[in-house]
Design a protein around this ligand. Structure first.
Ligand SMILES: [Zn+2]
Length: 121
C-alpha cells in the first residue's frame, strides 16, 4: 500500500518534467488604433511584458494608441503630472496642523493601549 502511493508520486513528478520541455512563453495580441487614419495595427507581445501605450501605425506611420477592450486607452501626457500619493490627497483635505493633531491623538491612543496591555500582562 505504502509502496504503491510512493510510485504514484514518482510518476506524477515525471509527467511534470516532461511537460516542462513543451512550455512556451505565452503571447498576447494587442491592438493599436491609429488616430490619424483610423486603422488598427495588431502587435504580438510576450504576455509577461507590459504592452507599450503607443505603437507606430502600420498603414500611415503615425502614432497608434493601445486599445483596452473596445476603447483606446487615455493618454494624459499633456498634463504629465506626477501621480498623487495618498499623502498628497490627505493634505488636500486637511491642513498639516490637523494631521499632526490626528497623529498625536493616535499615538496617545496607542501608547495608552500599550500601557494597558502591560498592566494586563
Ligand atoms: Zn494610421
Amino acid at each position: 500500500m505504502a509502496d504503491r502511493s510512493l510510485r504514484g508520486m514518482r510518476l506524477g513528478g515525471q509527467s511534470l518534467q516532461s511537460e516542462e520541455g513543451v512550455v512556451f512563453s505565452p503571447r498576447m495580441t494587442h491592438t493599436y488604433l491609429c488616430s490619424t487614419c483610423g486603422k488598427e495595427t495588431e502587435m504580438v507581445f510576450s504576455a509577461e511584458a507590459e504592452a507599450p501605450e503607443t505603437w507606430e501605425c502600420k498603414f500611415c506611420s503615425n502614432e497608434a494608441i493601445l486599445m483596452i477592450g473596445s476603447e483606446p486607452m487615455i493618454l494624459d501626457r499633456a498634463e504629465a503630472k506626477v501621480p498623487r500619493s495618498h499623502w498628497d490627497m490627505l493634505l488636500e483635505r486637511r491642513t498639516r496642523a490637523e494631521l499632526e493633531e490626528l497623529l498625536q491623538e493616535r499615538l496617545d491612543y496607542l501608547r495608552a493601549r500599550r500601557g494597558q496591555q502591560k498592566i494586563g500582562a
